[in-house]
Design a protein around this ligand. Structure first.
Ligand code: PEP
Length: 256
C-alpha cells in the first residue's frame, strides 16, 4: 500500500524491445488509457530503449505520462563510445533514468559504486534516478536477502539523495522475467527494511519504494497493496498497454 502522502509510480522498462513504429504505437496506447482524472492518482512512466526515446517523446507530448532512460553514464560527456550521458536524456525530455538494474549489474559488471556515480550524474542533470537493488536466488536461499539489499542500498544511493531525485526499486534478480515472485510477506519484509534504512540515513525523506519482478495484470492487485510498496517497476507486462494500465489501476486503488 502506498505510503500516505506518496504518489505511486508505475514504471515500464521496455528493455531492448521495439522498433520505431511499434514503440510509438505502444506509447500512444498508454497515453490513450491514461487520459482522465483517475490516471493522475498514479504517476506513469515509460522507459524505452535509447533508440526510441525521441519518437516516444513525440508520442507522449502533452500527456501526463513521463519518459525515462534505462541507464546513463556517470560522466556528463566525453569519450565513452556507445554510452549515453544523463544530460542527453534530459535533453530528449526524460524525467527519470533507471540505474543499477540487475541486467546492467550482471551483464556489464556494474557494482554499487558505479551505480551511485550514475545516480549522482542523473541528479546533476535534473533527472530522478530509479536505483535498483535485489538479491540473487542463491543469496535468498542462503538467508542473505536483507544483508544484500541493505549493502546495495548503502552503496548505490548517493549521499544527499532526496525523494525528489531518487526512487528505490526492489527487484529480486530471480523474479525478473521468470514469472516467479516473492510472497507478500517477503516483499513486505524487504520494503520495511529499505524504508527503515532510508529513514536512518535520510531523516524525513519520503522516498518511493517500487517493487519489480514479474509484476503482471493478474498479481498487481496482490502486490501493490503491500505495506511500503509505492508502485512497481514492470518489464514484460509493460509491453502490453492494457496490462500496464491494469497494473496502474491496481496502484491507484492501493493508494486511495
Ligand atoms: C525488470 O526488468 O525491471 C522487470 C521487473 O522485469 P519483469 O517485469 O519482466 O520481471
Amino acid at each position: 500500500m502506498t505510503t500516505p502522502g506518496i504518489r505511486p509510480l508505475v514504471a515500464g522498462n521496455w528493455k531492448m524491445n521495439g522498433q520505431r513504429a511499434d514503440g510509438a504505437a505502444l506509447a500512444r496506447a498508454v497515453v490513450e488509457r491514461a487520459r482522465g482524472a483517475a490516471a493522475h492518482a498514479c504517476e506513469l512512466l515509460v522507459c524505452p530503449p535509447a533508440t526510441l526515446i525521441a519518437p516516444v517523446a513525440d508520442a507522449l507530448a502533452g500527456s501526463a505520462v513521463a519518459l525515462g532512460g534505462q541507464d546513463c553514464h556517470a560522466a556528463e560527456k566525453g569519450a565513452h563510445t556507445g554510452d549515453i550521458a544523463a544530460p542527453m536524456l534530459k535533453d530528449l525530455g526524460c524525467r527519470y533514468v533507471i540505474v543499477g538494474h540487475s541486467e546492467r549489474r550482471t551483464n556489464h559488471g556494474e557494482a554499487d559504486a558505479a551505480v551511485r556515480a550514475k545516480a549522482m550524474a542523473a541528479r546533476a542533470a535534473g533527472l530522478v534516478a530509479i536505483v535498483c537493488v535485489g538479491e540473487t536466488l542463491a543469496e535468498r536461499d542462503a538467508g542473505r536477502t536483507i544483508e544484500v539489499v541493505g549493502r546495495q542500498l548503502a552503496g548505490s544511493v548517493p549521499d544527499g539523495a532526496t525523494a525528489s531525485d531518487c526512487v528505490v526499486a526492489y527487484e529480486p534478480v530471480w523474479a525478473i522475467g521468470t514469472g516467479r515472485t516473492p510472497t507478500s510477506e517477503e516483499i513486505a519484509e524487504v520494503h520495511a527494511r529499505l524504508r527503515a534504512l532510508l529513514a536512518e540515513r535520510f531523516p524525513g525523506g519520503r522516498f518511493r519504494l517500487l517493487y519489480g519482478g514479474s509484476v503482471n495484470a493478474k498479481n498487481a492487485a496482490t502486490i501493490l497493496p503491500i505495506a511500503n510498496v509505492d508502485g512497481a517497476l514492470v518489464g514484460g507486462a509493460s509491453l502490453v498497454a492494457e496490462d500496464f494500465w491494469t497494473i496502474a489501476q491496481a496502484a491507484t486503488r492501493a493508494a486511495t
